[in-house]
Design a protein around this ligand. Structure first.
Ligand code: KIV
Length: 276
């Protein structure tokens, strides 16, 4: 089973993989494919619940989906995102909510966006493994003025590097770097003793993460620059749905193979009392 120790052991030696999942079956399929880790991302707000961003996602949403994922993941390490306003207001609330995610879902770690160093230290001191998240942090979409590459200027890159070092000092066992230039992601990965998990942060990171619906084109949306579509599930599913409709309408489905049969004798016996 993949644990925080696997991240430590593989640092600088073996690249690791992470995908998002939000339900039992997807988690089971990801696990069976040998992916190392699953993130129950607050991206579920968009891809599962149809919100325009992650801001409306609640602790209850994360717990509901996190529980289902944990039931499907046997070998994968499961990390659950702390949703917007579940940790920003106070250290106490941050510890309590991190604890709820661990206790109520059975996941092994939580992920927190931003530079809440003291809160993260308190959570890791309570024995809860934390993944940090810097670069593009979608919960701050309003203050960032949209979704853009981060750390591009020397000033911004300097702050990013310094924040990553502080997150390591606060006890994070890994840091997600989202939409960060390759050279900076590479520098941070070499500088830190903990793993970097890249999304739009080049192949220099120790681990890669993608939203599963993006990398399979399940949602048929225009992919971000950093997304590679490894399959086209939207097309496959559309084909299946349309063939189903056609076959029902022309009565080729259900065929004999999909139909239960009864003997003449039993049939006549069953209906005889209802006949004139
Ligand atoms: O919520 C999420 O899916 C994430 C990944 C994009 C890293 O945070």
């Amino acid at each position: 089973m993949v644990t925080v120790n696997t991240f430590k052991e593989n640092k600088g030696k073996k690249k690791m993989t992470m995908l998002t999942a939000y339900d039992y079956l997807t988690a089971k399929n990801i696990d069976e494919a040998g992916i190392d880790s699953i993130l129950v991302g607050d991206s579920l707000g968009m891809v599962m619940l149809g919100y325009p961003n992650t801001l409306s996602v609640t602790m209850e949403d994360m717990i509901h989906h996190g529980k289902a994922v944990v039931r499907g993941a046997k070998n994968c390490m499961v990390v659950v995102d702390m949703p917007f306003m579940s940790y920003q207001a106070s250290k106490e609330e941050a510890i309590r909510n991190a604890g709820r995610l661990i206790k109520e879902t059975g996941c092994q770690a939580v992920k927190i966006e931003g530079t809440y160093f003291d809160y993260i230290k308190a959570i890791t001191d309570a024995g809860i493994p934390v993944v940090g998240h810097l670069g593009l942090t979608p919960q701050s979409v309003n203050s960032m003025g949209g979704y853009h590459v981060q750390g591009k200027s020397s000033e911004a890159a300097k702050k990013l590097i310094s924040d990553c070092i502080k997150l390591e000092e606060a006890g994070c066992f890994a840091i997600t770097l989202e939409c960060v230039p390759r050279r900076i992601a590479s520098y941070i990965t070499k500088k830190l003793n903990i793993s970097t998990i890249g999304i739009g942060a080049s192949n220099e990171c120790d681990c890669q993460v993608l939203v599963w619906q993006d990398m399979t084109n399940y949602g048929n949306t225009k992919p971000a620059k950093f997304v590679k579509q490894f399959a086209n599930l939207y097309e496959e599913e559309q084909k299946a749905f349309k063939e189903y409709k056609e076959e029902v309408e022309n009565q080729t489905f259900p065929s004999k193979d999909h139909t239960y049969i009864m003997s003449d004798e039993d049939y006549h016996e069953a209906i005889k009392d209802f006949e004139e």
